[in-house]
Write a protein that binds this ligand. Structure first.
Ligand code: CAA
Length: 298
């Protein structure tokens, strides 16, 4: 087990430059919260393709405008935030960042190829942090060529609003590196918790099987979408019902998480793929992002 050095109020300075690789649902929010702090971090936001870079930038701008319109962010702070972010499609621009958060899609081959490139191009001091929700941090750390400088930092959707970040260590992680990551999470206004490198860490290990159980209820015809969701909202105080939340997370993301677990841990009864989930994926109904899932989204 790891020592919780973080509880001893050691003061480690935050990172001057933060790189974010992948500007999708999670990455755009991570770039935004990394740039919004009063830490004067400059953020380099990377996407391999221009169209996805533009989309990520538009998402950040829209979220910032919402926060300004709601009086949650001053216009000056919003301008500063936006000017703290540089956008690029060139991975070489990440060479000199102090902390690199990776939030590309949940595909191990893609992540490994990115880490093997960045492992050789980034300066030796760069700390790598994956936002994966379900893949092995240890496997990525081994590919990176700098396993002692590798952690997981797992954010929740919507990143701008959700307070929690899981900070994950492996058997290789240097405790000082873990402390720096843990401190950075608190610097950007989030609350850190930690967990070993296990499937789903804390939140998803509990949450994702519960979403699957809700879908299995549908498969068996036990209850309707409306009644399942209303039940957990009104009967258990959840902000969203499980099927609503699955749509919100993305049914493809839910599917890839469970599929990976089923393959890797076939004897774990909590890891199952409901028929209705598989069917919706095959039909291209991915939840909010595609406009149709358990609900119709505008
Ligand atoms: N940028 C800026 N502001 C945003 C925002 C964004 N991207 N998204 C939401 N907001 C703001 C809204 O504008 C709103 O502001 P006001 O309170 O000032 O009106 C506020 O956040 C709340 O949003 P809404 O009014 O739209 O709706 P809500 O009160 O139902 O809250 C929610 C929305 C915060 C998403 C809430 O429903 C909730 O907590 N849902 C559960 C989310 C959850 O469980 N997330 C974890 C998913 S699992 C995951 O992410 C891990 C994984 O790996 C799969």
């Amino acid at each position: 087990g790891r020592r919780l050095l973080t509880q001893s109020k050691r003061c480690v300075s935050s990172f001057d430059t933060v790189g974010v690789a992948g500007l999708g649902l999670m990455g755009h929010g991570i770039a935004q919260v990394a740039a919004q702090s009063n830490l004067h971090s400059s953020v380099i936001a990377f996407e391999a393709e221009q169209q996805f870079l533009d989309k990520g930038r538009a998402r950040i701008e829209s979220s910032v405008s919402t926060l300004v319109a709601k009086g949650k962010l001053e216009q000056d702070a919003a301008d500063k935030l936006l000017s703290n972010i540089t956008y690029t499609t060139n991975p070489d621009d990440l060479q000199n960042v102090d902390f690199l958060v990776e939030a590309v899609i949940e595909n191990m081959d893609l992540k490994k190829s990115l880490y093997s490139t960045l492992g050789s191009t980034c300066k030796p001091e760069t700390i790598f942090a994956s936002n994966t929700s379900s893949l092995s941090i240890t496997d990525m750390a081994e590919i990176s060529g700098r396993p002692e400088k590798f952690v997981g930092v797992h954010f929740f959707n919507p990143v701008q609003i959700m307070k929690l970040v899981e900070v994950i260590h492996t058997k290789y992680t240097d405790p000082a590196v873990f402390d720096q990551a843990y401190k950075w999470v608190e610097d950007i206004g989030k609350v850190s918790v930690t967990c070993g490198d296990t499937p789903g860490f804390i939140v998803n290990r509990l949450l994702v099987p519960s979403l699957m159980q809700a879908m299995l209820m549908l498969d068996r015809g036990d209850a309707t979408v409306r009644d399942i969701d209303l039940s957990l909202k009104l009967g258990a105080g959840h902000p969203m019902g499980p099927l609503h939340l699955a749509d919100y997370i993305g049914l493809d993301t839910c599917y890839y998480i469970v599929q990976g677990w089923v393959e890797k841990y076939p004897d774990e009864p909590a890891f199952v793929i409901p028929d209705c989930l598989k069917k919706m994926i095959d039909e291209g109904n991915l939840g909010r992002k595609s406009g149709q899932g358990f609900y119709h989204w505008n």
